[in-house]
Design a protein around this ligand. Structure first.
Ligand code: ADP
Ligand code: MG
Length: 618
């Protein structure tokens, strides 16, 4: 809103400024008349006064605005009888400011548009039929109906109906995905072809879109290191320029220049040395890159994460749910008492509230067999081990020994994940679960290698035999596969990698949170991943598509390059202009042109990133 208003106000003021400038020029080069002075006055009022007010407002808040320098220079020009030059300066300044606001507004709005993705109303299934309600009133547990072609009103689970969902609004992925009973669907995605009955899992205020908007707003507020630098630099430098202009003025006088000339040249220097381009060069690039990334389903929690990703040389990946699909399948069931279905139903009850991909596999299998899980106490997850629900438990060999049991011989060599379950000290049975690499994993890893990443490592809490089978399919060297890890082991291994360079960790689970936080860049699998992982990470990958990871790094690198270009160009242009002002009697309008032109160029250069979408496989 605010951006739009500033933009509109600026544009109308600019129109007046331009009219004033046209009058002033017509007077100078055309027939004489009183209109020249009117034109110049109009420029000073419409361009000078608002800028001066803004600069004074900043000054009151203890910040020295660069705009102040421009106003001072214009006033100085006017004082020495070069009012027309002062007007030219103000006009060009207003023009470039407007362009800048518009450009930056564009980068920001690309993200704010997310809000508009949500439908306004939902069809709520009540006790006496369906009614249309505002989406804000939806609660977890509500049942809603979504017609074909409509957007999903809130994060939900499919209760009935089967069809395809276009998730491109959230993930940036254009291939529709099939969704049926038990599957989750994200807010603001489009239901393509079926009537779906959904159970809402999260109210809109906590939903996917709210989360994205929050992430992006935080990202825009958090400053990147280089941004902080240009800010810091801008403040110090502005003071230096002000003092420098005064000193130069005194110097020119001492040199023997008349007062008028000395003042004019000091004003020229003031403009030439102003760091507008330096200060805008970083945010212009960062903001554009953040927006481009967000549209491709990659959310950075700030410019700092973007800058760090550019220099990452090693990637560590969690296996289950990250490199693998997170849609594991139960492949075998063995019950001690021979009642497979009874055992599976019980196990599904134990896992009822776990967000682990294995728990999901078990619940899906139970549902496919039409089993009704018993109501058990809410389970407590033990990361990388399993889950305990009252007297019941389920998990891997670690969990077995916690219960005072030993795993039978030979289970280590089996290359599928084995889950044992029991009650107290009594083993009730086991299931095997197989997970597959995501279709995009191999290509994604390959793209990272091709992009110059030196080391790729897989880290998993699963057993080595399983890790080796999956790892081999994805091209990991055995040395780069670490298995049987507890959450702390992942942290330690990430720290080891960090000694040899910048490291990113990619994970999805609660057990990955510590490693995500420890890594230089933590990357969470967004939509499917756990809330805890998302909190701990610096980057959220909303799409399932691993190829986007390499794309995100490419974008980060390109952003770093453009920032470098911008800073070098801006600093170089400034030096040239200052030399011109000091030694070559450069006319004021030329200094203005060089200064504003440079500023606009760096903004446009940053904006190129906006047109650099993150592409996936599809
Ligand atoms: P990864 O590090 O590959 O993501 P995890 O650390 O999440 O794997 O899990 C490691 C192992 O811990 C699993 O292979 C499984 O044996 C066990 N486990 C973790 N959570 C559960 C659960 N909810 N139910 C059963 N077993 C679990
Ligand atoms: Mg995992």
């Amino acid at each position: 809103m605010e951006i739009l208003e500033t933009e509109r106000a600026r544009t109308s003021l600019l129109a007046l400024t331009l009219i004033g400038m046209a009058l002033a020029l017509a007077h100078t080069f055309g027939p004489p008349g009183p209109w020249g002075a009117v034109g110049i006055a109009l420029v000073f009022v419409t361009a000078g006064v608002p800028t001066a007010l803004e600069a004074l407002g900043a000054l009151v808040r203890g910040r020295l605005d660069i705009d102040l320098l421009m106003v001072l220079a214009a006033v100085a020009a006017w004082l020495v009888g070069s009012a027309l030059e002062g007007a030219v300066l103000l006009t060009l300044f207003a023009l470039s400011e407007t362009l800048e606001t518009r450009a930056m507004g564009r980068a920001r709005r690309a993200v704010e548009a997310l809000m508009a993705l949500r439908p306004d109303t939902a069809l709520l299934q009540g006790p006496n039929g369906v009614s249309e309600v505002p989406v804000e009133t939806l609660q977890a547990g509500d049942i809603v109906i979504v017609r074909p072609g409509a957007r999903i009103p809130a994060d939900a689970v499919v209760v009935a109906g089967e069809g395809e969902i276009d998730q491109s609004t959230i993930t940036g992925e254009s291939m529709p995905v099939a969704r049926g009973p038990g599957n989750t669907v994200a807010e603001a995605t489009v239901n393509l072809n079926a009537v779906l009955t959904l159970r809402v899992t999260r109210p809109v205020a906590e939903g996917t879109v709210a989360r994205m908007v929050q992430l992006v707003t935080e990202a825009q507020a958090a400053r990147a290191p280089s941004e902080a630098f240009s800010d810091w630099f801008g403040q110090r430098y502005t003071i230096a320029v002000l003092l420098g202009a005064v000193v130069a003025y005194a110097g020119f006088l001492w040199w023997g220049l008349p007062h008028q000339d000395a003042m004019y040249r000091a004003a020229t220097l003031l403009v030439a040395a102003s760091p507008c381009a330096v200060v805008i060069s970083v945010p212009a690039a960062i903001l554009s890159a953040l927006s481009a990334a967000a549209r491709g389903g990659v959310l950075f929690k700030g410019g700092a994460a973007l800058e760090r990703l550019a220099s990452v040389t090693a990637f560590a990946f969690d296996k289950t749910g990250t490199l693998t699909t997170g849609r594991a399948e139960v492949t075998s069931i063995e019950a001690v008492d021979g009642d497979e279905d009874g055992f599976l139903a019980l196990l599904a009850g134990i896992e009822a509230h776990s967000e682990h991909p294995i728990a999901g596999a078990i619940r899906r299998e139970a549902e496919a067999r039409g089993l009704v899980p018993p109501e058990l106490p809410h389970g407590a997850a033990i990361p990388s081990e399993g889950i305990i629900a009252g007297e019941w438990w389920a998990g891997n060999a670690r969990m077995l020994s916690r219960q005072g049991l030993v795993a039978p011989d030979g289970h280590e060599v089996h290359d599928q994940t084995t889950i044992w379950a029991g009650k107290g000290g009594q083993l009730l049975g086991q299931v095997r679960v197989a997970d597959r690499p995501r279709e995009s994993s191999a290509a994604g890893l390959e793209a990272l290698r091709g992009g110059g990443v030196r080391r790729l490592v897989m880290m998993t809490g699963d057993r080595r035999a399983v890790a080796i089978r999956i790892g081999r399919e994805l091209g990991f060297e055995p040395d780069d596969i670490a298995a049987d890890l507890l959450p702390d082991d992942k942290v330690r291994l990430v720290a080891d990698l960090a000694e040899r360079g910048s490291v990113a960790f990619v994970g999805d689970g609660v057990n990955d949170a510590a490693a995500l936080a420890r890594a230089d860049v933590g990357i969470a699998m967004g939509v499917a991943g756990s809330e805890v992982a998302l909190q701990a990470a610096d980057v959220a990958l909303l799409s399932d598509d691993m190829a986007r990871l390499a794309e995100a790094q490419r974008l980060a690198r390109r952003t770093a390059g453009i920032i470098r270009q911008n800073l070098i160009f801006a600093l170089g242009a400034m030096v040239l202009l200052v030399i011109g002002g000091l030694f070559f009697n450069m006319p004021l309008p030329l200094a203005v042109l060089g200064h504003e032109g440079g500023t606009v160029l760096v903004v446009l250069n940053g904006l190129r990133l906006l047109a650099d979408p993150i592409r996936g496989r599809s």
